[in-house]
Ligand binder design. Sequence first.
Ligand SMILES: Cc1cc2nc3c(=O)[nH]c(=O)nc-3n(C[C@H](O)[C@H](O)[C@H](O)COP(=O)(O)OP(=O)(O)OC[C@H]3O[C@@H](n4cnc5c(N)ncnc54)[C@H](O)[C@@H]3O)c2cc1C
Length: 553
Amino acid sequence: MTSPEFAPGQIAAQPTPDVDVLVVGAGITGIYQLYRAREAGYSVQMLEAGDGVGGTWYWNRYPGARFDSESYTYAYLFSKELFEEWEWQEHFAEQPEIERYLNHVVDRFDLRRHIRFDARVVSAEYDEASGRWTIKVSDGTELRARYLVAATGVLSVPYYPDVPGREDFRGESYHTGRWPVAPVDFSGKRVAVIGTGSSGVQVIPAIVSEVASLTVYQRTANWCTPLNNGPITPTEQAQLRADFEAICETLNTSASGFLHQPCDRTAFEDSQDERRVFFEKMWRSPGFSKLTSNYSDLLIDEAANAAWCEFVSEKIREVVDDPETAEKLIPKEHRFGEKRPPFVNGYFEAYNVPHVDLVSLEQTPIVRMTEHGIETAAGEREFDIVVWATGFDFGTGALARMGIRGRGGLALVDHWADGPKTFLGVQTTEFPNFFFPGGPHAAAGNNPRYNGDQVDFVMDLLLHARALGCDTIEVERAAEDKWTAMVDRWATRAPSFGEISYYFGSNIPGKPRKYLLNSAGRPKLFAEIRKVLESDYEAFRISRSAEPAPTGA
Ligand SMILES: Cc1cc2nc3c(=O)[nH]c(=O)nc-3n(C[C@H](O)[C@H](O)[C@H](O)COP(=O)(O)OP(=O)(O)OC[C@H]3O[C@@H](n4cnc5c(N)ncnc54)[C@H](O)[C@@H]3O)c2cc1C
């Protein structure tokens, strides 16, 4: 939808530091936001801290990094032509292909000229008099924008545990979430991997055949199940294209944003034998379907969850030769789905390779890093390379580091000192014209689908304000209070989510233990968005600022 006054190209070409919409972050959410705002006739600018497009898929280029979502369900759906012309090679594509795809999108829709790379936003302040945001960039430049959209991701700030002497280590050291562009040479090296979350369990089997030795430091075991990846055959490619409309219909409406069919039975409606057959089917099913297509009471009934966990434990014992190692790899302190379940390819098998060793940090915690390696309670081991697969400051990490200040100079970090307060995971009070699709309080599931819903909603708001001749949008406190209370209420529903998950910020010392997703999910998001539209945007205060709006706003 382009406003009559503007041809998008003309606006974007103006070399002015003032724009209608400034988007931060060139990941899958930001690129879509940029595209939609530009198509709607707004002048746009994107700032990205990294040197390239991709967000998660730019930074996480470690060996083995790949989708856990089916490639064609993660990709954009806004253009049938784009869907038809991009042939994903695998059901779960690897990082290089994903990065290529996102670069292709940016070039195909001529978005690159709106993006500044190597441009980290260090502060963003709202000026009440003009109703604009002033954004400072790490290179010293300054921009003014009517609308500020932070598409800065929930998993974009890598986290290092506070291990004494981390800087003392003289070998090579890498975090999976900040992997270098130049390939790392693992051949013949003594390697340590710290962490067995979703990234650690991908990197371990990917490097096992190259290294001289591999020592895995595990804080807690995770419920890993097979990804069950494979190439997409020509027949499947043709079918995907033929089914485009049906695929869109399912992905745009389903609770989790996947194509997986939900199961209509609870676990104990089946006999023990039937359950065994069903669990075998789940074990062989693709990716997240172990969660989305499993028995409907998997995350509600403790006994159903325990039955599945027992089945997975048996599988681990079958695969891993050494019984002691197998026991260490079976989670004891959480249920399936309580933490984000990783999906693997050859992970458990890696422990049967003679040069692989598993160290449980519960039994022998890390004492410190040394010049040559890692010292635990059991002594020191020397390494050439240490891989930190230790996760992220989830949910609020990037927003907290952007120096965002709203009305009266209020800092976002103070406003959210006890945890984020949002409406629909899109806006917060006291910060007019500031939006954060894909940030805290977003739904869980296939990320681009619900982040895309949020971007679409941001655009609904902008266009609605423009139609009214207004330019200032701020959510009402009552709406924010209600949504935030709903998020907190759903977070404690038994038994699926204990506070041990990073979804609660529990991996970061000192972070408030607040649920950072919306576990009521996409249906709740849809329902609330419908209410907003039907009530003529009652949840928002939409007004006109003193300073005339830029032409696009
Ligand atoms: C290894 C890994 C695998 C994953 N696999 C899946 C999967 O299979 N399916 C799924 O649904 N989700 C997956 N995720 C979640 C993933 O983060 C989302 O799918 C998606 O990439 C989020 O996109 P985004 O654009 O919202 O954020 P990101 O992709 O995180 O992009 C945010 C961008 O903002 C930039 N930025 C942040 N702060 C600033 C600043 N101050 N100034 C300038 N730029 C800034 C960052 O550099 C980054 O490029 C995975 C995450 C990881 C880490």
